[in-house]
Design a protein around this ligand. Structure first.
Ligand code: PFF
Length: 454
């Protein structure tokens, strides 16, 4: 007999878990830079529109499948379209989050390494080049990054093996509010720095001239990644939400938190970057080169304050990475437990072994395996490109087509009305249905093609 399925304790637990999946490195190292480079406040408006008009409907489509079936990705497809090729979508969305997890864990490991350094030795440098070469040496050395990657994945395994309620829910309930408090503390510190105003201007000054078609595609792509769409994590978490909870409310809550965090992170990071007189950048360089250099520079005049902020900052990054990583881990565990009927503990170990191995290869691709190339890319870059440029958008497209064109309209509507128990404004559903069937598929194909030719 199948064991009773664990569910999240309530609406806030569900929103915190979904927001935990959404809020991650993407909010911290990509969003602030994109805003500054692509039109400031003008970009924020476009981003907001793509969250509401594109990403929210896709989010809801994925969530509806999970919520309706109370099953992981593969089981959900088998339930809604038994014996059809849709099962491949179920399988694809078990694999793609695990590939992301493998390299995400490597970066999570670097963050643990930098947290360790900020606690023990702090950052000292008189030029950004010194910090950059230290980072380059660190990631190229095989030993320490592998150790930290292992620690990061073990942390995820520990949380996930404790179960949906006592592991995932509990962890998110504690860390998500903490993350918001930490980022607000950093924000207050950053905007009080002399010269911070230029960073604020960089983010808010509207420049509608920069809103080109490719900027719009970039905004759509970022909102897609930031909300963890298309890889089954939203589906799997939604499958742990009680039937009586309304999926629309949960979706709106998640999008709001994700956006709020991205904005606060932007206003916490960019003023500090400008105050230190550095060119803003994105990606790993922002977190592991620019910011440590800022901490080193500020340490010269206020060593204690700078050291404390550095620790708080890396704690924020580590936790933001953990809450996202466990959502990907859970997709694989749910699959093994439900489809292969093994215990959660065994499933956790198997996922650990698989993702650790691929992650180790990704990690070594900065050093000993740097010359091993797949389609001209290192293993790390290949996994990153494959998932964020292709598998996420492809999975998202198929989920949208499935709910919009294959599922019964009334069944989908039931999710909005909680099976007819909640009175609901028809216009909202009709708008969602229209966006889902016509706008979302076209927009996803545009993102896909933009990624392909970029
Ligand atoms: N949304 C996460 C971020 O912004 O960092 C990344 C992510 C998490 C992508 C979970 C995919 C996923 F399944």
């Amino acid at each position: 007999m199948e064991a009773r399925r664990e569910l999240f304790g309530g609406r806030s637990a569900a929103i915190l878990a979904l927001a935990g999946s959404a809020i991650g490195l993407g909010n911290i190292w990509r969003f602030p830079y994109m805003v500054g480079q692509t039109g400031g406040a003008a970009f924020i408006i476009i981003y907001l529109a793509s969250c509401l008009l594109l990403s929210l409907p896709i989010f809801l489509a994925e969530a509806i499948i999970g919520h309706r079936t109370h099953s992981g990705t593969f089981g959900a497809m088998e339930q809604l379209a038994p014996g059809t090729h849709w099962k491949w979508l179920g399988l694809l969305t078990v694999l793609s989050p695990l590939i992301i997890l493998s390299y995400y864990s490597v970066v999570g490991g670097w963050s643990i390494g930098y947290l360790w350094q900020s606690v023990t030795a702090g950052f000292h440098a008189d030029a950004i080049g010194t910090v950059s070469s230290a980072f380059g040496k660190f990631i190229a050395s095989p030993g320490r990054p592998l150790l930290f990657h292992t620690l990061f994945l073990l942390g995820c395994a520990w949380i996930v093996s404790a179960g949906v309620k006592s592991g995932i829910e509990k962890f998110n309930k504690v860390t998500m509010p903490l993350l918001f408090v930490l980022i607000v503390v950093i924000l207050v510190y950053a905007v009080s720095l002399p010269g911070a105003r230029a960073g604020v201007t960089y983010l808010v000054k509207p420049d509608f001239g920069k809103i080109t078609p490719s900027a719009v595609a970039a905004a759509m792509g970022q909102s897609f990644f930031s909300l963890s769409l298309g890889v089954g994590t939203i589906l799997t978490y939604a499958s742990y939400i009680h039937k009586k909870e309304n999926i629309l409310v949960t979706g709106l809550g998640t999008v709001a938190f994700d956006l709020l965090f991205a904005l606060i992170a932007g206003f916490a990071i960019m003023p500090a970057v400008f105050a230190a007189g550095i060119e803003p950048g994105a990606g790993p360089g922002l977190i592991f080169e620019t910011l440590p250099y800022i901490f080193a520079k500020m340490g010269a005049s206020a060593p204690w304050l700078s050291a404390v902020v550095a620790v708080l900052f890396f704690v924020t990054i580590v936790f933001a990475a953990f809450t996202s990583a466990i959502s990907m881990y859970e997709v694989g565990v749910a699959y093994l437990v439900e489809q292969k009927h093994i215990t959660r503990r065994k499933a956790t170990v198997l996922i650990f072994l698989g993702t650790w191995t691929l992650g180790a290869l990704c990690s070594l691709s900065f050093g000993p395996l740097a010359e091993t190339k797949i389609f001209g890319l290192t293993i790390f870059n290949f996994c990153d490109r494959l998932t964020s440029n292709f598998l996420m958008t492809f999975g998202g497209l198929l989920f949208v087509l499935f709910v919009g064109w294959k599922m019964d309209r009334q069944a989908v509507r039931d999710e909005f009305t909680c099976g007819g128990t909640v009175r609901f404004n028809c216009i909202v559903f009709d708008a969602f249905w229209f966006l889902l069937r016509y706008i979302a598929p076209v927009a996803i194909v545009i993102i896909f093609l933009t990624n392909f030719f970029a």
